[in-house]
Design a protein around this ligand. Structure first.
Ligand SMILES: Cc1cc2nc3c(=O)[nH]c(=O)nc-3n(C[C@H](O)[C@H](O)[C@H](O)COP(=O)(O)OP(=O)(O)OC[C@H]3O[C@@H](n4cnc5c(N)ncnc54)[C@H](O)[C@@H]3O)c2cc1C
Length: 279
């Protein structure tokens, strides 16, 4: 972490707090923040991050911006938190009225700082606050694995499948994606149709991803989807409607039927991806 700019690192060992320890971790972090208030506290907009941020905001009576998609510092040195609003039609800048700024951010939206090799920072262990303990008593345990969710967040090449692919087309498109080592993402409408699982949905109510290459296949390109690929490097799109909004987000577009154009496209970009170490 020091290599990425941390001046001081605090660690908290949660092993003694039980499996559900949001309350205990929030108490401890809240105390640490109150003792030496930082300028801002950033949480990942994940289930745990949202839980912690909300608890800390309530304990400290601070404002909280949820699910920001980007951050900026304005001329007055304030942290501007950018958040989709009005159904995703505008991106609203939000300024906190309280300090420290508290914000949850979609994972993958910030560009990592260039590491400074060899940088060091003191590492301190903080003890759980005295009241900390498990939030619940475990009665029984059932683990459900979200296959592909983590893989998608870290993927360098992603193929997004939209309604235009059709349910029958999904297996063939998945195979073509696998041939170039790409992970699969999808739209909410595909998820609602039951063709692919929710944990690979990208967009305002799904994940945010930042692959080097995003290939949108049969995806209209609604803002609710493209907000999740804003940090993608190169975006290629295949859509048979030349007016499709995805072409406004894409760097390269093919107007036509994906059945006809995806196979040669995959064949052509496979070696290019391999050359760049992406396949
Ligand atoms: C509150 C809210 C939250 C939402 N959250 C999300 C979200 O997180 N993620 C998300 O994705 N959406 C989300 N949506 C839905 C979003 O607004 C769009 O409706 C959705 O993204 C459209 O999905 P689609 O592009 O797969 O389907 P469609 O809109 O049906 O588009 C299909 C596209 O495929 C093209 N096509 C058809 N046949 C072919 C073919 N043979 N070859 C090539 N192209 C073809 C068509 O021209 C069309 O452009 C949300 C909506 C709301 C209201």
């Amino acid at each position: 972490m020091a290599e990425y700019g941390a001046d001081r690192i605090l660690t908290l060992d949660t092993t003694g707090l039980g499996m559900l320890c949001g309350r205990g971790v929030a108490d401890t972090l809240s105390d640490a923040i109150a003792q030496q208030p930082p300028y801002a506290v950033l949480f990942a907009a994940t289930a745990d991050g949202r839980d912690l941020a909300a608890r800390i905001a309530a304990r400290q009576r601070l404002g909280l911006t949820g699910d920001a998609i980007d951050l900026e510092i304005n001329d007055a040195g304030q942290l501007v938190q950018l958040k989709p609003a009005l159904g995703g039609n505008v991106v609203a800048p939000i300024l906190s009225k309280t300090l420290p700024n508290l914000v949850t951010l979609r994972p993958g939206v910030l560009t990592p700082a260039a590491p400074e090799p060899g940088a060091t920072a003191p590492v301190e262990t903080i003890a759980p606050s005295p009241a900390a303990g498990s939030d619940a008593t475990m009665v029984s345990e059932h683990l459900s694995e979200e296959h592909g969710a983590l893989e998608l967040t870290a993927a360098e090449v992603v193929v997004g499948l939209g309604m235009g692919v059709t349910e029958e087309g999904v297996p063939a498109a998945q195979q073509m994606a696998a041939a170039i080592g790409a992970s699969i993402a999808t739209t909410r409408n595909v998820v609602h149709s039951g063709w692919l699982p929710h944990h690979i949905q990208v967009g305002i109510s799904g994940r945010t991803i930042a692959p080097q290459v995003y290939l949108a296949v049969g995806i209209r390109g609604a803002f609710n989807h493209t907000v999740g690929i804003q940090k993608a490097g190169v975006i290629l799109a295949i859509n048979r409607n030349h007016r499709a909004a995805i072409f406004r987000a894409a760097d390269y577009g093919i107007v036509g039927d994906w059945n006809e154009y995806l196979p040669p496209l995959v064949e052509a970009i496979g070696p290019v991806l391999a050359e760049h170490g992406l396949a």
